[in-house]
Design a protein around this ligand. Sequence first.
Ligand code: ZN
Length: 309
Amino acid sequence: MSRKPRYRVPSANRGASPPAALATMTFAALALAVLGTAGCAGSYAQIAARSTHSSPSPEPAGTSQPAATPTPNSAPDPTTPPPPPSAPPPPPAPAIPANLPVATGKGPAGSARTTGSASVALTFDDGPDPMYTPQILDLLKANDVKATFCLVGRQVKANPGLVHRIVAEGHTLCNHTWVHSLTIGTQSKEVILKDLQETNNAIREAAPDAKIQYFRAPGGNFTPLLVTVAAELGMKSIYWAVDTRDWEYSKWGHGQSMVNHIIQTVESETRRGSIVLAHDYKKPDTITAYKILLPWLKAHVTLTAMPVD
Ligand SMILES: [Zn+2]
């Protein structure tokens, strides 16, 4: 990865309309008062824990911490008033003003950062994964949300039934190369063409009627040649406007800290028209985060799969 870490705004209220911001701030102040020294992370964990009653997703042994385990700091001080019996729900007013201009701009080599409409597109990369892709599909179905899956050819070959399910449930597809080569854009046209065609062939073998009208370079490492070859195969190159960085365990850890990071990133950075990047390959924390995020996103923006003709 050559991209620099982006600047983060700590508040989830960025971009909030005044009434929404006020309501959120009031709730945040209440949460902090109740939680004492728990701080932002603690209060965020509490908010997240309040927002879901589902148990944490299974994770590979030895790679994660238990999610939402209460810490001593987050226990209410017996000398402070207890919280109200039912905490107020997140403010219903949109944190993303409806009159905000639709996001624009391009990614590397002219790739798209946005949907081209006011709608927000959720994208899930690197699958299909036999454990986690079904979980994100179940979540999307439960929330009646359509998304876009950027598929890796060898994963398609190993899990054709999941490709069929993705398509059958109304989601759209994106080619993400055969083995997720981060340097494919530096290869010859012949090598690129062969890779992208083989990936599309595997997808069509699994789902014969599938339309594959999008391409995403692994790592977002688009080059003009890569974008051109994708276009010759009928695929538009898509980058992203919101990057959950849900793979960056060295910075965010596993378990609740990563879940909180993903939630805060999406809630603070999503704008009208954004393409949002996350992963469905070996990413249990992403599943947990999207249990919270899907209802939040539905309340604040219109969600769409990247459209196909
Ligand atoms: Zn990828």
